[in-house]
Design a protein around this ligand. Structure first.
Ligand code: UD1
Ligand code: MG
Length: 484
């Protein structure tokens, strides 16, 4: 049951059934991403963070795809449910579509209404709205904002005593009304009983022929007026097109970066550092160079250093590790005090243990590089296991693919692979063994032995001088064909 002073919404509705035509996209608007997180998840997460007991997403256009996304992200959490609005007949109609989901909920329940395309909403704003809703004699609170530039939003029309009289949509407004700076952000809190009653009276008698949720404001005015909660534009701006998407993304990234800096992360160029919403934790004294992109669910341990231009997607970097500039890592784990880069490529399934080193132009995939092992230059390690302390020389390649299947290479601890070697998998190089430079390893190398496959070297005395003389003689015959 709702207590009189709770600031958590009982139920949050996330409206996401609109067509989003101005995105000009094959993908439904609410699945476009800001900081790596689909728009609808921003609204759902804000509602959950605000303490909503239930979240009902109202879906329409491409509802199967959105539903699938919600199930994958929130599956198992009974909190997130779906209601369907078959045709987008307006925001009021969208809320009506959610009523059946709320059957059985008490009239005094506080319902927060959010948009799936306004991702910057905070739990703080939702808390203020819920508190205002409970103060309001009309059982309703509306969010007002003042955009820096005029936008086609609904205007808040106040009466002579300054109370909210009604909301007029831009297309229905007179010139005088359009001059009102205070606009409707589209985020509300309302008692369920009021909602049930007022939704029955909405009509589509307006310029767009839509059922406007905003008409609830005029009905609330007749009961003493809805409360108005003011919010900064940066918290409520919605996305209608890709210009808005970029503007919202900038705000989201600034907010994410500031939170990490406050938590102890140094960013040399915060305005050029891109951290996805689901990344973290990032430890104390993490240092991020300019142009670093941390994507997916990347985590970074205390004191790790990620230098300029690195792109890490779903990577775990342990404490004290260093990723040197321009390295690209995906689904990899980098151990304590390990070093990677510059210009390394660690592909999915790479596990680099403590103090190991992966140097420039080294590519790894599904490979485990154990403690203290080194591959410092120009190597490909795919489907490989490299034992502790092993050394992989420049130009070493694990030939893991025979054109049909992938095979594993095992290099045991302490082994030394000479430069420019090829290891034709499946193959094992035993513990402490040596592979001579330029060797093509086709058979297992026993422990502590030397493998050599290159041809024996031959030195021919005076050969180079004779070769040059012959060249010179040929050249002079060609320039003087008569031999004069
Ligand atoms: C709405 C408000 C306007 C406010 C603006 C703020 C109305 C009538 N107008 O206008 O006062 O200033 O938001 O952004 O409410 N949706 C549905 N089903 C529908 C229609 C919309 O689920 O039938 C969803 C959309 O997916 C979107 C949200 O509701 O998430 C807002 O819809 P949109 O069409 O963008 O409303 P606006 O015209 O911007
Ligand atoms: Mg809109």
């Amino acid at each position: 049951m709702t207590t009189p002073y709770t600031t958590a919404p009982d139920i949050a509705l996330v409206l996401a059934a609109g067509l989003g035509t101005r995105m000009h996209s094959a993908t439904v608007k609410v699945l476009h991403e800001v900081a790596g997180k689909p728009l609808i998840a921003w609204a759902v997460d804000a509602a959950i963070d605000a303490g909503a007991r239930r979240v009902v997403a109202v879906l329409g256009h491409q509802r199967e795809r959105v539903d699938e996304f919600l199930a994958s992200r929130y599956g198992g959490k009974a909190t997130v449910e779906v209601a369907v609005q078959a045709e987008p007949r307006g925001t009021g109609d969208a809320v009506r579509a959610a009523l059946p989901a709320m059957t059985g909920e008490p009239d005094e329940a506080v319902v927060a209404i959010l948009y799936g395309d306004a991702p910057l909403v905070t739990e703080g704003l939702l808390a203020s709205l819920c508190a205002a809703c409970q103060r309001s004699p009309a059982g309703m609170a509306v969010t007002a904002t003042e955009p820096p530039h005029p936008v086609a939003y609904g205007r808040l029309v106040r009466d002579s005593r300054g109370r909210l009289a009604r909301i007029v949509e831009h297309v229905d407004a007179t010139d005088d009304e359009r001059a009102i700076a205070e606009v409707n952000a589209g985020i509300y809190a309302i008692r369920l009983g009021r909602l049930r009653e007022d939704l029955r009276h909405l009509s589509a008698d307006n310029a767009q022929g839509e059922i406007y949720l905003t008409d609830l404001a005029a009905r609330a005015a007749a009961r003493g007026g809805a409360e108005v909660v003011r919010a900064p534009w940066e918290e409520v701006m919605g996305i209608n097109d890709r210009v808005d998407l970029a503007a919202v993304a900038r705000c989201a990234r600034r907010r994410i970066n500031e939170a990490w800096m406050i938590a102890g992360v140094t960013m040399e160029a915060p305005e050029a550092t891109y951290i996805d919403a689901d990344c973290g934790p990032l430890g104390a004294d993490v240092w991020l160079g300019p142009g670093v992109c941390l994507r997916g669910q990347t985590r970074i341990g205390d004191g790790a250093r990620i230098d300029a231009g690195c792109v890490l997607t779903d990577v775990v970097v342990e404490a004290g590790a260093t990723i040197k500039p321009s390295s690209v890592l995906s689904e990899a784990t980098i151990g304590t005090a390990a070093q990677v880069g510059p210009f390394s490529h660690c592909r999915p399934g790479t596990v680099i243990d403590e103090r190991a080193r992966i140097g420039n132009f080294v590519e790894t995939k599904k490979s485990h590089i154990m403690a203290g092992a080194k591959a410092n230059h120009l190597a490909y390690l795919g489907d490989a296991s490299v034992g502790a302390g092993a050394n992989i020389g420049a130009g070493t390649i694990t030939c893991n693919y025979d054109g049909v299947k992938k095979h594993r290479t095992v290099i045991e601890s302490g082994a030394f692979i000479g430069s420019d070697s090829q290891l034709i998998a499946p193959v094992t190089v035993g513990r402490d063994a040596y592979v001579g430079s330029g060797t093509t390893v086709t058979r297992d190398v026993p422990r502590s032995s030397l493998a050599l496959s290159r041809a024996k070297q031959v030195n021919i005395d005076g050969w180079a001088d004779r070769f040059r003389d012959a060249q010179n003689r040929r050249q002079s015959r060609q320039s003087d064909p008569d031999g004069k």
